[in-house]
Design a protein around this ligand. Structure first.
Ligand code: NIG
Ligand code: FE
Length: 414
């Protein structure tokens, strides 16, 4: 199976050096190629060049990009797209003045989604999640991390993780699964939170590992959710099963989760709306990726993380959607990059790297995904003809993606 894309206006997101991550100081530079072609074979990028050196080889599928931009697929390293139903009632509650924490405290929020998930069959959960999978593919995502965390019992966490495994088997997306048993304390454990943490470590983790259902572990380390010590206990227990950590940290407060993540060698620490010099200093020089989720700050009306300061400190900042029913009911990575530009002053080039290579790094996938590089998986999309690459973030709501390619094939709805 050989693919040739011709008449590409500009290829963006080229990384010939195949960097594992792109540090802040390098994020505003990017190789581009105008008036170009690209080939892929057996799902892998094999070559690209300019139209004056058009390859005359035998190909099975030729696609005319008609002057559009060719952009590497987004690598969305933080989502919760497996969930049951929706929570627009809480959306109304927020409009009427309640905060995310107030809604959670009265049994809404994550516990609301857990109750719905408990009453939903595995097949139905898969069906609902696949609608969101189709949606994010159409919006340019080619690799995605999906968390459990709406089960909160061994049985229901396994149900969620089996759905994630089924998504992995049935789509051309790259999918990574994260076990987030410590997303909230279930009602019946209120007042005995530590017992729930022990159950996560002693019962849930071994069950998840026995079925090999998760590569990563996550904990909601924040005010009103799990403490630094409980997070340490869970991350340490998970490490025995080879699971690396990706931690929800500092969304609601200066939780200490960032420093702990760095200390424990977490792959990423995510959210960071509440972070300052101490958090940036902790991350400096470490391999832990700060993953920012501006869609959540947008939806909940929170302040945005200090992305500029992080980039200036040379951190390899990543951007992800946090697609979930409570704080970010959208998986639109292009909108995330536009928000990063508008509200956090990232240039479109910095936002592209944050949402591709650095997102891939936050999933341990950057060797094969995240840039236009010979030898990487041929996941990319082409746009309608546009005046420049920057126009794509500027005209943030205009439908501009014309074709999506996954594993070197034009993607058609399953
Ligand atoms: O990343 N903060 C914790 N978890 C999710 C929200 C989950 C929910 O509200 O359902 C987040 O924002
Ligand atoms: Fe999240």
């Amino acid at each position: 199976m050989k693919l040739l894309v011709k008449n590409i206006g500009t290829i963006v997101g080229i990384d010939t050096a195949r960097r594992e991550r792109i540090l802040g100081s390098q994020m505003d530079s990017m190789e581009r190629l105008d008036n170009a072609w690209l080939t892929a074979e057996n799902g892998i990028i094999t070559a690209f060049g300019t139209m004056d050196s058009y390859p005359e080889s035998e190909v099975f599928e030729v696609v005319d990009a008609e002057g559009g931009v060719l952009h590497p697929s987004y690598c969305d390293s933080h989502t919760h797209i497996v969930y049951a139903g929706s929570r627009e009632q809480e959306f109304l509650d927020k409009i009427h003045g309640l905060t995310y924490e107030q809604i959670a405290a009265r049994g809404g929020g994550i516990l609301n989604s857990a109750a719905r998930l408990h009453n939903t069959s595995e097949d139905e959960l898969y069906r609902e999640a696949m609608e969101r999978v189709e949606e994010i593919i159409a919006m340019g995502t080619g690799a995605v991390e999906i968390k459990s965390g709406y089960g909160l019992s061994t049985e229901d966490e396994l149900k969620m993780l089996r759905v994630i495994a089924r998504i992995k088997r049935s789509t051309p997306l790259a999918v990574k699964a994260t076990f987030l048993g410590a997303h909230a304390v279930p009602m019946e454990y209120k007042g005995r939170q530590q017992q729930y943490v022990d159950k996560v470590c002693d019962e849930m983790l071994p069950a998840v590992a026995a079925e090999n259902l998760a590569e990563f572990v996550d904990v909601f380390c924040d005010r009103g959710f799990f403490t630094v010590e409980q997070t340490r206990q869970i991350v340490t227990a998970a490490a025995k099963y080879g699971m690396k950590a990706k931690i929800h940290a500092n969304e609601l407060d200066f939780s200490g989760g960032v420093q702990l993540g760095v200390e424990l060698g977490a792959l990423s620490v995510d959210h960071l709306e509440s972070s300052g010099e101490a958090e940036i200093a902790a991350l400096k020089g470490s391999k832990t990726i700060p993953t920012l989720l501006p869609g959540a700050a947008f939806f909940l009306g929170m302040s945005y993380p200090l992305a500029r300061a992080m980039i200036e400190a040379d951190l390899a900042v990543a951007l992800a959607s946090d697609y979930n029913p409570g704080s970010s009911p959208s998986g639109n990575m292009r909108f995330v990059t536009s928000l990063a530009a508008i509200r956090m002053r990232l240039t479109p080039t910095e936002a592209l790297w944050a949402a591709t290579v650095n997102g891939a790094a936050a999933m341990g996938l950057s060797h094969d995904y995240g840039s236009i590089t010979v030898g990487k998986v041929a996941n990319f999309f082409i746009t309608k003809p546009i005046s420049s690459f920057e126009f794509f973030n500027y005209a943030y709501n205009t439908p501009l993606i014309s074709k999506v390619f996954l594993r070197g094939r034009v993607y058609k709805k399953m």
